[in-house]
Design a protein around this ligand. Sequence first.
Ligand SMILES: *[C@@H]1O[C@H](CO)[C@@H](O)[C@H](O)[C@H]1NC(C)=O
Ligand SMILES: *[C@@H]1O[C@H](CO)[C@@H](O)[C@H](O)[C@H]1NC(C)=O
Ligand SMILES: *[C@@H]1O[C@H](CO)[C@@H](O)[C@H](O)[C@H]1NC(C)=O
Ligand SMILES: *[C@@H]1O[C@H](CO)[C@@H](O)[C@H](O)[C@H]1NC(C)=O
Ligand SMILES: *[C@@H]1O[C@H](CO)[C@@H](O)[C@H](O)[C@H]1NC(C)=O
Length: 656
Amino acid sequence: MLFCFTPRLLIWTFVFVSQFKGQALLKRTKRRWQPPPTQILENDPGPFPKDVETLASDSAREHDVYYTISGPGADLDPKGVFSLNRDTGLLQVHKSLDREEIEEYKFKISAFKKATHEPADDPMTFVIKVDDKNDNPPEFVGKLQFTVPEQTSGAKVGKVNATDKDKQDTDHVRIKYSLKSELNLFSIDPDTGEISTITNTLDREVKDKYTVIIELRDLKGAPKGLSTTGTATITLSDINDNAPTFRKTSVTTINENESEKCILDIPLDDKDLENTPNWISKLVITKGNENGNFRVERDPKQNIGRLCAVKPLDYEKTKSINLEVSARNEPDLIGTSAQWQSVPIVVSVSDVDEGPEFSAPTIRIPVKENTPNGSVIGSYTALDPETKSSSGIRYYKVQDPASWINVDTNTGELKVANTIDRESHYVYDGLYNITMRAVDPSLKTGTGTVILVIEDVNDNMPVFPSQLVMCENKDQSLSSMLVTAEDRDQAPFSSPFTFSLANENEDDWSIERFNDTTAMLKQLKELPRGRYEIPVIVRDQQSFGRTQTATATLCVCTKQGVCQAKQSSISLGPLGILALLLPLFLLLLLCKLATMGEEGEEHFADDNVKCYGYEGVGSAAGSVGCCSNLGDEDNLDFLNMLGPRFKTLAAVCKKT
Ligand SMILES: *[C@@H]1O[C@H](CO)[C@@H](O)[C@H](O)[C@H]1NC(C)=O
Ligand SMILES: *[C@@H]1O[C@H](CO)[C@@H](O)[C@H](O)[C@H]1NC(C)=O
Ligand SMILES: *[C@@H]1O[C@H](CO)[C@@H](O)[C@H](O)[C@H]1NC(C)=O
Ligand SMILES: *[C@@H]1O[C@H](CO)[C@@H](O)[C@H](O)[C@H]1NC(C)=O
Ligand SMILES: *[C@@H]1O[C@H](CO)[C@@H](O)[C@H](O)[C@H]1NC(C)=O
């Protein structure tokens, strides 16, 4: 039985080859057959649905059958692209297909008996392939940015990459590359997309960036092929094809004697890329610096060199120096015939008119203290360093704290103006400074220092302290104390001292050497409290000395060297008052005794009042009436010293 439908019919277990042309070959076979894939061209404009194939099973001849289809594109996603008529087996396509989306559809077709729904035949796998159309233009892959060194012909700039979504290994994806601009500067390999330079005239310093239009065309570049254009950016990288150049030749000046000073900026230009080794200049002094007076350095931020003086120059020897400075870059020059450049620099040395200079910055002049006023002790003069002459130079004192020296304005002679005293507080370690100024006729100045080295003279004798406090010993033993004398002179006009008492017959006190400067003053016998004037002779090593009177106060001390204070006498108030009343009391007593003597002489053993009059120096009791040792009458301190005298008086009264 022949099944013939449009556009073609496939029958299980039969071979049916159908072309749209209508030629058919029918052949019966016993074996099962898998039909070849059906091909559908993509992008079919329709109308849809469109018949693809009619499928029929052999079994349809014996049974009433129906057909089912399953697979992606039918009952699975994308659903509904194809449909199969259940009764007729007609397969239809419902929309335009896109090969770049789905290249092949695979369905399972089954036939069932209508009566029993049992399979009427084995299921068949049915494949539809989507045929390619050249519907995708080529695309660029990657960024179209390239860098190539300037001035190089035949250099590889980079490779342009492209893809095409159409079917691989067909002319639809066979791309040709071509340049649409800058054809005189660059070329592109039509098959590989490799861009190269074709000239060495690309100069970064003229133009550092080029944009190049590139076309991609498939179908091997055929006019019918699809095309895309893109813009590639080609940046030129720097090569050291420019030498640094000097802006100008230079003339500069430097003062003589100046060093460690930068005297000239040397600006440089370099057309190469800024802040790269091709741009940074190194400077070298190539001529004129045989003595190493100069060096060149570079400003780290700008392309500026600096000429600096290292060693001082002397105008009298060198009035100008011709230097040559050369500039270069770290890398060698390439792509140019230019050479490293040099520039001449003339440095003129200027004469500095220096002020007068003293013969030495400081001089020392020895001088004896007490040198008479008006004595010349020396002179301190200055010279003009240019003329080596002193003429016209005037001299002034700047500092002379004790005003000891006069300076002769015209000659620089130094004269004593006042008594020079080595012991003055202006003198440190025997040295006294005077600052002087020399002034030349053009009023330039120079200063210097005169140090007076003052020689000691024995103009000070040892001084014994004039006020001494001698503390009474608690145990009533005789007191002694150490007394130190001072001499402001130095050795040998000072210690060791000799100590002696001026009064040869002194029997109350003694003095003896303790060490070079100190003597021990001793009480030789019990003495009443009070003040004693003791003439002492102290002499220095040269026996220079005299009698000095030391006033020693013998007292009860609160602490070493301090007498008990005045108000403590108030605690002895009653005794003090009693003592003040003593003369009156004595007078009354004498009167009474006299009366008694007249009235009954038998009451007194040759006793008479004379024995109370004077008991002599050295008596423990002393004399009440005699105040020779009591000093100042206004001073009531003596009340505290009345001890033994008051006892005697008390004894008399008792007797009475
Ligand atoms: C093209 O591909 C090559 C190799 O993968 C790569 O080296 C090159 O950088 C690519 N070019 C661009 C422009 O992306
Ligand atoms: C300047 O230099 C000259 C020569 O070296 C020297 O004699 C002179 O003392 C210097 N002057 C000063 C102020 O340093
Ligand atoms: C020097 O003169 C001053 C005042 O003019 C005077 O006080 C001093 O005693 C004099 N000295 C001598 C050592 O003549
Ligand atoms: C005096 O001059 C010397 C030398 O310049 C200095 O060392 C010293 O300190 C000066 N003395 C005084 C008291 O200024
Ligand atoms: C002498 O003795 C006194 C008292 O002990 C002491 O202060 C002083 O330093 C001594 N002087 C000498 C030169 O030894």
